[in-house]
Design a protein around this ligand. Structure first.
Ligand code: HEC
Ligand code: HEC
Length: 319
């Protein structure tokens, strides 16, 4: 009896434990990371700055509220699961990422894993950046390494005990994360695909505009359909081309002005988090890239999801 039990339960269990330990602890360090050859340095810095801006790295990694220095980290990010503080990503060798090699940087953005093989929390949107082309990761790294370094120690996140061990992120990744570079859709044109790449791999629109489940994973079925429970508790509008509940009534020009200047078709300026997205990233994009975003947004599936309060209805109640 005992022997049978051993054969049926113990050995399979041991195998699973052995596999999980390998996968969680050893594989992250062994996994080969391709890092490209970088040739013309000066050219790369310009390209790096462009992608860096488009990706909005500065906002999250700078503690503006307390006059923090650029990219020195310490910005407070509140979520349902706890409070996170972004780390220092300047080239400081003691407190920043000055000792990192390009492959460490690629591992972080593509796989959400640090140089020691520990797992990042998905508040760091590697969940979008993993789709970035390796070359774009490389130029951001070159650009970052050339910026002034700041010696400022990282602050610890404030999390419930069951989330403190970074190994929970291994399990999270197993459930919700499939790393891989962006693949162009063969049935769409080049402009749409450029827009898809910018929106999903770089500017990470979905990190705010797609609702999440209770464990913080994006709900693909509600892609870009907005939520009342966005970051900082904000209401995030539906930006699918649904006529009634999304932005299906906006013209291409409306959308272009909005993304470039933050102005809505009513002439209001956008506020809060979106104003930051426009200021930090979208306003720096070329008109061609804004047009690509517009083309993309106009041809994604329309999803009915009413998140904004209906202004007209409220008005009628007041009368
Ligand atoms: C939404 C906010 C946000 C944005 C946008 C963001 N980051 Fe981060 N980043 C974080 C947080 C939070 C962490 C810490 C994650 C953790 O501790 O697990 C982090 C971690 C990192 C790390 C790891 C640092 C270390 O010491 O291990 C690097 C590198 C990094 N980010 C680079 C970038 C780059 C490059 C961009 C732009 C392409 C970017 N981040 C955009 C929030 C952000
Ligand atoms: C950090 C979170 C965040 C990110 C990232 C983000 N947005 Fe937004 N977005 C918002 C919020 C919040 C609003 C509502 C702003 C307001 O109420 O003025 C908004 C509003 C909008 C609107 C106006 C919709 C309407 O009905 O008024 C559009 C269009 C839009 N975003 C497109 C985008 C695109 C495209 C991207 C990616 C390039 C993006 N957003 C990235 C948070 C975000």
């Amino acid at each position: 009896m005992l022997r049978k039990l051993r054969r049926v339960i113990l050995w399979p269990l041991l195998l699973v434990v052995a596999w999980a330990s390998f996968d969680a602890l050893i594989w992250p360090r062994l996994r080969p990371i391709a890092s490209p050859e970088l040739l013309d340095h000066n050219d790369l810095i310009g390209q790096g700055e462009y992608i860096f801006n488009a990706a909005g790295c500065l906002g999250c990694h700078t503690d503006d509220d307390n006059n923090g220095l650029p990219l020195a980290g310490g910005r407070r990010i509140e979520t349902d699961l706890g409070v996170f503080y972004s780390p220092n990503i300047t080239a400081d060798t003691e407190t920043g990422i000055g000792n990192w090699e390009l492959r460490d940087f690629i591992r972080a953005l593509r796989y959400g894993i640090d140089p020691k093989g520990r797992y990042y929390y998905p508040v760091f949107p590697y969940t979008s950046y993993h789709q970035m082309q390796t070359q774009d990761m490389a130029v951001i790294f070159t650009y970052l390494q050339g910026l002034p370094s700041v010696n400022q120690a990282n602050k610890a996140h404030v999390l419930p005990w069951y989330l403190r061990l970074r190994l929970v992120n291994w399990a999270w990744q197993k459930l919700y994360f499939k790393p891989g570079e962006f693949q162009a859709a063969p049935d769409q044109n080049e402009i749409w695909n450029r827009g898809a790449y910018l929106a999903n791999a770089i500017a990470h629109c979905g990190e705010c505009h797609t609702p999440r489940n209770a464990r913080g994973a994006l709900n693909a079925k509600m892609f870009y359909a907005g939520t009342r429970n966005g970051p900082d508790g904000e209401t995030i509008p539906n930006i699918t081309p649904h006529k009634k509940t999304g932005i299906g009534n906006w013209s291409a020009d409306d959308l272009h002005s909005f993304l470039k200047q933050g102005m809505t078709p009513d002439g209001d300026f956008t506020g809060s988090l979106m104003a930051e997205v426009v200021d930090n990233s979208l306003q720096h994009l070329t008109d061609d890239d804004i047009d690509a975003l517009v083309e993309y947004l106009r041809y994604i599936p329309a999803i009915e999801n009413q998140v904004k309060k209906l202004k007209k209805q409220q008005d009628t109640f007041e009368y």
